[in-house]
Design a protein around this ligand. Sequence first.
Ligand SMILES: *[C@@H]1O[C@H](CO)[C@@H](O)[C@H](O)[C@H]1NC(C)=O
Ligand SMILES: *[C@@H]1O[C@H](CO)[C@@H](O)[C@H](O)[C@H]1NC(C)=O
Length: 354
Amino acid sequence: MKIIIVLILSIFFYPSLTTQDSTVVENQIICNIAGSVWTSTYVFDINQLPERCNIITIGQYAFDRDDGTNTRIMESDKDVIRTLIEANKPVYTRIGFVYKDDWSSIFDPPDADVFQTEIFDPLVNFLNTIKVNGLLINCEFIYNNVDIDDFAQKMSNFVTAIKEKVDKLIVGLIISGWYYESFSDNTLFDFSITNKALDLYIINWSILNDCEEDKDKTGMTPITSTTPNTTTIEQVTCAVSNSDMDKSKIYAMIQMLPVIPKNLVPEGEKRISTYSIFCASGQADSSQWCTNPPKLSYDQGAYAKTFYVGIVLQQLDTDDYESKCECGPFPVSNVIIDGWTGCPFNDCPKLDRS
Ligand SMILES: *[C@@H]1O[C@H](CO)[C@@H](O)[C@H](O)[C@H]1NC(C)=O
Ligand SMILES: *[C@@H]1O[C@H](CO)[C@@H](O)[C@H](O)[C@H]1NC(C)=O
């Protein structure tokens, strides 16, 4: 009898015994390092990562990258992956493109044999060699691909095929919040199909609204707003909840980058900066920038908790990794995590524009 009870109990508790492993997708804080895609002065140091990151995602395996030295993935990003794997830290990377998105070449290739030998096999080989725990499909603009027939089914087939070749691989899809109005239209993209293959969806909340001269400078990602024609996090979330996306798999990716209005940036230069630069420069220079004050970042983390199963911190390499805001390294990451975990709010005055 005792044996039977133990057996039943161990079957019953089996899932919870495995919740610490890297194949569990719920309630994780995923911290993204853009890596080589984003050139900042950030230098990866495993000992300086925010401790509350459960999973790090770094860099991108790009189907169209080959500069002779770096094929598909930058060597520097590969080194970071290796360091994290050696330290037993769960690590994901993305797949996508650097120059021009061409998802039909991946999900709907014209020549199956060429696809197999030139794209699929090298990707599987990379994944099995480097042993990342997860892969995020950086196909944010899914609704630009609706010319692919049965797009959702083809994406699922690709994901299923990869998972068959790579043991315990988590696969997620990053989707831009911009398209929230299309989320429930199954004729455009049917999430009930991808639910079976994908482990997570990541809804990118970043830059839902432009950073314009005359606009509210904290208005890029408001949770709610009374300003006409402003996209809000509430609207995006409402659309997500009305869609067929599996609710147990949805993450929010929270914006952590300052944007400089067009009129302040010379033609052709980057409009995205870092919070280290924001805090280091005088208020006069940066008062026109679009940033999220700490309370908004905190509230976004807390808001995410009400509906989403996890959060993705958009990128550590645009946070204040140099402690220029005088609140320690990664203050934006920390305040978002405080909101998510229900810790008290700690202000960081230099991050506030007033
Ligand atoms: C999220 O959305 C923003 C705004 O469109 C974009 O700049 C960024 O590349 C997206 N993806 C990630 C991973 O941040
Ligand atoms: C809001 O958008 C609509 C449709 O694009 C436009 O007609 C209207 O003028 C806009 N309102 C404001 C205040 O910008």
